[in-house]
Design a protein around this ligand. Structure first.
Ligand SMILES: [Zn+2]
Length: 412
């Protein structure tokens, strides 16, 4: 029977226990962040998390074909119906945008810790360990109604293109496993609830021409000049702070020598939109602009045409869950239960993958405050870090123990 789980006495005791272990949680977070895990090279950190999960909770932990660390906690009693058996999946990404493979230098001053990846996603990984420890405890496991999958994912950042989350949900579908809810635990914070998954597209636009001498071949179509015109148009295709569509040129390269008309140049761009249709339209406009500037440049000397190549470097599907959906509402209640103010947010996270497949999914932080994410100066402050951990526990236990119902209304 559903009840106000915020007032379940054993859950209150459990949270009090984690408040006392706040520093232990921070130590787990630091231990994870200390191991370099750039996207595509998460193996060492994955091995650490695998070992920690196995040691903490006595779980059998495996690695899937993409390198994800996967564990599952199953109910001790058999579910009373198929519906009850639909699992919950909690994901925390292993990788960081920080590119060095060297050990990461961690500076701690009281509750404040500085190092790349300490919050994003050292905090999420620490929360995953807390969940493992909690769920496997006999008093929790006896109450479990649904299996809970704990997954430390690879390839969430940048060029990883959500590889780990895609692989997990692909393999789950093959096994006939359809989670009733997915929760990405990502970074610090204890108020925001990400239920709009921003879709994104990373393109490389390459232009090639015949090149030549700046004087002898003056007027030959120049890929850098053409890409310059393209950048001007691309910039205007975004809508700035309205954020219904953004376009960012992220990298550029071109030219071969100081005194030659270049034969080739490219730009990388990142385009985003909260709607799948909006993103598709934006892609069309960007490609149209690239071909248009190349055509214009070629007009000056049709014997030496500029060619355009558009390569997709990555794409993340968009998706959204309504504020009224049971999962968002469960997250709202969990946030209020720990005395915080729920806030709706949009972002691009592992939750994009299940959302795009129609599985209710959100992303939430795991407590504390932080800044400088995706820089070498990232910092995290654990002064009030426990509230976020408690929020995660209230949410996940609420769902897994069927204290709150998360099934989408339409399917009941
Ligand atoms: Zn993250």
């Amino acid at each position: 029977m559903a009840s106000a789980h915020g007032h379940e006495p054993w859950l209150a005791d459990l949270c009090a226990g984690w408040r006392r272990r706040q520093d232990w949680v921070l130590q787990q977070q630091i231990a994870c962040a200390r191991i370099a895990a750039p996207t595509g090279n998460e193996g060492t950190r994955a091995a650490h998390v695998q070992q920690a999960l196995a040691m903490l909770a006595g779980l059998s932990v495996s690695r899937d074909r993409s390198g994800n660390v996967c564990a599952v906690v199953t109910p001790t009693s058999r579910p009373s119906s198929v519906d009850d058996a639909a699992p919950i999946v909690c994901l925390a990404h292993l990788d960081t945008v920080y590119v060095s493979d060297d050990a990461v230098e961690v500076v701690r001053d009281g509750s404040r810790v500085c190092c790349p990846g300490i919050g994003d996603n050292g905090r999420g990984l620490a929360a995953l360990l807390v969940l493992a420890d909690t769920l496997h405890a006999p008093e929790t496991r006896a109450r479990l109604r649904r299996p809970v999958h704990l997954v430390a994912t690879v390839g969430e950042e940048g060029e990883g293109n959500l590889l780990g989350a895609r692989t997990w949900f692909d393999d789950a579908a093959v096994r006939g496993l359809r989670p009733s809810a997915a929760i990405a635990i990502d970074g610090p914070g204890d108020e925001s609830i990400v239920h709009h998954a921003i879709g994104s597209l990373r393109l490389r636009i390459t232009m090639r021409g015949s090149g030549g001498h700046p004087w002898v071949h003056a007027g030959a179509p120049n890929p850098i000049h053409a890409l310059g015109a393209f950048i001007g148009i691309a910039d205007r295709l975004g809508d700035g702070t309205r954020r219904q569509r953004t376009v960012t040129i992220t990298r550029m390269h071109g030219g071969d020598s100081l005194t030659g008309i270049p034969q080739q140049a490219w730009v990388d761009l990142d385009a985003r939109s909260p709607s799948a249709a909006g993103l598709a339209r934006l892609r069309q406009e960007l490609e149209h602009a690239a071909y248009a500037v190349a055509r214009d440049a070629t007009c000056h000397d049709p014997s030496r045409p500029l060619t355009v190549e558009v390569a997709v470097l990555g794409s993340r599907p968009a998706g959204a869950l309504e504020s009224e959906s049971p999962l968002v509402q469960a997250a709202v209640r969990a946030t209020q239960t720990v005395g915080r103010k729920p806030r709706s947010a949009s972002a691009s996270t592992d939750a994009n993958v299940p959302l795009a497949r129609g599985i209710p999914a959100i992303a939430i932080g795991a407590g504390g405050i932080g800044g400088g994410a995706h820089t070498r100066d990232e910092w995290y402050d654990d002064a009030h870090g426990s509230a976020g951990i408690e929020r995660v526990l209230h949410l996940v236990l609420g769902l897994a123990l069927a204290l709150a119902d998360v099934r989408p209304r339409a399917t009941r």
